[in-house]
Design a protein around this ligand. Structure first.
Ligand SMILES: O=P(O)(O)OC[C@H]1O[C@H](O)[C@H](O)[C@@H](O)[C@@H]1O
Length: 505
């Protein structure tokens, strides 16, 4: 163990600060020492997975041995899941949308949505769809659908697109009055162009497909005022294992991207699933994968104090098993990282929430994930974190440097309390709040830790998401559960199918 064992800092500046997770009254170095044998085995198992895709005991939904290949995704190379040609195709796809497609609607749920939403939020923020095309550098507006079966939102999305199409037609009509714009209009400048991207690994998920069909039909009915194109992202298997979406796409001639075999939905943000969205908005695919790659390289050492994913897994595992901290509150101090917390919900819940271990023994393992955002939830959840049951680890995320950082002005000098906070950049107040929260929790023996992103960009986001993905692989080994299946989600599906059939009778 290095002398200063309270934080692990990578060359990129990414930090895992575990000061408030390790020490007296917290997880101890003795706990780690006692775990070293199992950490060694976990390290070997993950190294074996990286090298061969094999994970002991892992079976697919159909009960067949299945490889786990997400660790290959950061490495772009000939013959890999992400190859120079596949990345070039994605970028060409993104460029082809520029100034040619007005809006993309991305349909998907779970792993076919959550990572895409992260990329969108971090790159586009809240107001992308209200910006001009020039401000978006010609990239389309982007809406999500299919991540719920909500009749109201689905209806409102259709109405909104119809409204946008109407406005575009009106503007083209106005421009038509000017002779030099006539060509534009004849070339279809007034036609609103929509691309529907349907993402489903299994190719038949009810939520995704029902929303897609409703939106598709409603928009198709508006042709030719509106042009509808479709792209499918699904398992590329042909023959007996061909997905319904694949079959449909082949039949209709829709272009396709792949959810590669061996990449589960919750790990697919680094595959074409996430990268299709990245391409649509001009998100830096290369930097994102480079960040993931750097993290993967940092996580190859068998020295737990220098391997961020293994250390994160070990500390969280020990916090749960030895100290009953089996809830993880994921709390970024950044509005646009809230979706990372939502993505992490699926990653943690589906990977580690398991009834049995790999030998079939009932263990009911898993830390329950909670979404929180600082400072917002300091005014809502913190009471529970500070005074409620001592069953949580609060995992903060800090952004060290902000691209924009307004200074609080001294607008009302007569109001002493407001004047006191004047002259502070918002980022300083923001981080002071996080530090106060962390210290208050620590003072009462409440476990917490912080990931520090030097900046909020594609590279550091790649590092963070990959660290979390790899952590669950290590923790699955420590807990001896299959981190790559999700048998529990089949229980309701078995009931829902017949219920839907009955409804139609
Ligand atoms: O991509 P799809 O096949 O449509 O699956 C979407 C989601 O559906 C299921 O509920 C699984 O539990 C998730 O792991 C998956 O991400």
């Amino acid at each position: 163990m290095p002398d200063n064992h309270t934080a692990l800092t990578l060359a990129s500046g990414f930090v895992f600060d575990y000061t408030n997770l390790l020490g007296e009254g917290l997880v101890t170095t003795d706990d780690i020492a006692n775990l070293l044998g199992r950490l060694k085995a976990a390290h070997q198992a993950v190294a074996h997975m990286r090298a061969t895709g094999e994970v002991r005991g892992h079976l697919s939904k159909d009960g067949k041995p299945e490889k786990v290949l997400f660790t290959e995704l950061p490495y772009v190379a000939e013959g890999n899941l992400n190859s120079p040609a596949s990345i070039a195709r994605l970028k060409e796809f993104g460029n082809s949308l520029k100034n040619h497609v007005d809006a993309v609607v991305s349909f998907g749920i779970g792993g076919s949505y959550l990572g895409n939403k992260v990329l969108f939020d971090v790159h586009c923020g809240e107001f992308w769809n209200t910006k001009s095309s020039a401000e978006r550098q010609g990239y389309p507006k982007l809406y999500f659908s299919g991540n719920n079966i909500d009749p109201r939102r689905t209806t409102e999305l259709i109405e909104h697109i119809k409204y946008e199409a109407h406005i575009k037609a009106l503007h083209a009509g106005e421009r038509d009055c000017h002779a030099d714009a006539r060509n534009d209009v004849r070339n279809g400048a007034g036609v609103y162009r929509v691309m529907l991207i349907v993402i489903s690994k299994s190719g038949a998920t009810l939520d995704t497909m029902s929303a897609f069909m409703v939106v598709y039909q409603a928009l198709k009915a508006m042709e030719p005022q509106l042009e509808v194109r479709v792209v499918a992202v699904t398992d590329p298997a042909a023959g007996a294992n061909e997905t319904l979406l694949h079959k449909l796409a082949a039949q209709e001639g829709w272009p396709m991207f792949s959810v590669p075999d061996g990449v589960g939905g919750r790990f697919s943000v680094f595959s074409e699933v996430g990268l299709v969205t990245a391409a649509c908005i001009g998100f830096d695919i290369d930097a994102f994968l480079a960040g993931a790659r750097a993290m993967d390289e940092a996580c190859q050492t068998d020295d737990v104090w220098r391997n961020p994913a293994m250390l994160n897994a070990a500390l969280k595992y020990l916090a749960a098993e030895n100290y009953g901290r089996d809830i993880e509150v994921f709390m970024p101090y950044a509005d646009y990282l809230k979706s990372v917390a939502e993505w992490y919900i699926q990653l943690l819940a589906e990977s580690l929430g398991k009834r049995t271990d790999r030998s079939g023994r009932e263990v009911y393992y898993g830390r329950t994930p909670i979404v929180a955002v600082g400072t917002t939830d300091m005014h809502a959840q913190t009471q529970q974190h500070q005074d409620g049951k001592k069953d949580k680890v609060v995992q903060f995320v800090k952004v060290a440097k902000w691209a924009n950082d307004p200074v609080i002005p001294d607008v009302f000098p007569s109001a002493a309390k407001l004047s006191e906070i004047a002259a502070l950049p918002l980022s300083r107040a923001f981080d002071a709040a996080r530090q106060a929260n962390a210290a208050a929790l620590k003072s009462d023996g409440r476990f917490n830790a912080t990931f520090v992103l030097p900046e909020l960009n594609a590279y550091h986001l790649g590092e963070l998401l990959y660290l979390l993905a790899l952590s669950v692989a290590y923790e699955g080994e420590l807990a001896d559960v299959d981190a790559f299946d999700q048998p529990g989600v089949e229980a309701y599906k078995r009931l829902l199918g017949p219920m839907l059939k009955k409804l139609k009778e």
